[in-house]
Design a protein around this ligand. Structure first.
Ligand SMILES: NC(=O)c1ccc[n+]([C@@H]2O[C@H](COP(=O)([O-])OP(=O)(O)OC[C@H]3O[C@@H](n4cnc5c(N)ncnc54)[C@H](OP(=O)(O)O)[C@@H]3O)[C@@H](O)[C@H]2O)c1
Length: 233
């Protein structure tokens, strides 16, 4: 069945790969980006009716409210919201003695609070959707149980916070029969993942799409890797 899918951060990496797959499957894709890249623009030329592009910065509440208000003029429902936009600053990848705390606030603001800014305004649309999914692209970096890094505090802490946000949100939207998921998409090559990663964004996206086709119990697990294995918070 044709779905209406809202995705943030689709200029490149996983967001772009997910957008491509969902468009090729015939779904309608609404994207929110802080700027529109050339690749996205050429995709728009190919999928004129299916792809809808909106400007919004997940760190800026007014811009997200404006983006969603514009989306509401186009549709009265969203079947799945995928909160994908995130940042990882190079300055985060240093030992504690050299940490530059100025990147901490921005990392938290985009990665942990950003998804909630989108949910704040898009929730009424998701409530009216079919399937009713809110997917937060998390990371194994957010797992306290499986923690192994010796740096990247800000990124890891922001993803742990996103996991907590996902859990609280699930408690709240259970009554609306909305399933919230926190998904670790694997380590893939992108500006964030670097060229050292073992898989491409397309390979990650294929598996994420397959995972999201599954049925999930409202009271069941929420945190999964791209192979569908449940992860520990
Ligand atoms: N890459 C990996 O190996 C890996 C592993 C685990 C989890 N993840 C997660 O997977 C997701 C996608 O990662 P990726 O590697 O594809 O990242 P990426 O290549 O760095 O792309 C990030 C996307 O997010 C957008 N974005 C950043 N800040 C934004 C903001 N304030 N408002 C709106 N959009 C914003 C970027 O837009 P601009 O083009 O405007 O900068 C870009 O389109 C992220 O949630 C990441 O944490 C990635």
């Amino acid at each position: 069945m044709k779905q209406k899918i809202l995705i943030t951060g689709t200029n490149r990496g996983l967001g772009l790969a997910l957008t491509r797959i969902y468009l090729s499957q015939g779904h309608e894709v609404f994207t929110i980006n802080r700027r529109q890249g050339d690749v996205l623009q050429s995709l728009k030329n190919e999928y004129t009716d299916q792809l809808k592009l909106y400007i919004g910065d997940v760190a800026d509440e007014i811009s997200i409210e404006n983006a969603v208000r514009t989306i509401e003029k186009e549709t009265d429902s969203i079947d799945m919201l995928i909160n994908n936009a995130a940042v990882l600053f190079p300055a985060d990848n240093v030992p504690i003695e050299k940490v530059d705390f100025s990147v901490y606030g921005a990392t938290y603001d985009v990665n942990a609070v950003g998804p909630l800014r989108v949910v704040k305004y898009a929730l009424p649309l998701v409530r009216k959707g079919m399937g009713k999914r809110i997917v937060n692209i998390s990371s194994e970096a957010g797992s306290v149980t499986d923690s192994w890094r010796k740096s990247e505090y800000a990124y890891c802490m922001s993803k742990s916070a996103l996991n907590m946000a996902s859990s609280i949100l699930q408690n709240y939207v259970k009554k609306d029969e909305i399933k919230v998921l926190a998904v670790h998409p694997g380590w893939f090559s992108s500006d964030m993942g670097t060229s050292a990663a073992p898989i491409t964004p397309d390979e990650s996206a294929v598996k994420v799409v397959r995972l999201l086709e599954k049925t999930f119990a409202l009271d069941g697990p929420m945190y999964f890797d791209l192979d569908g294995k449940e992860m520990q918070w």
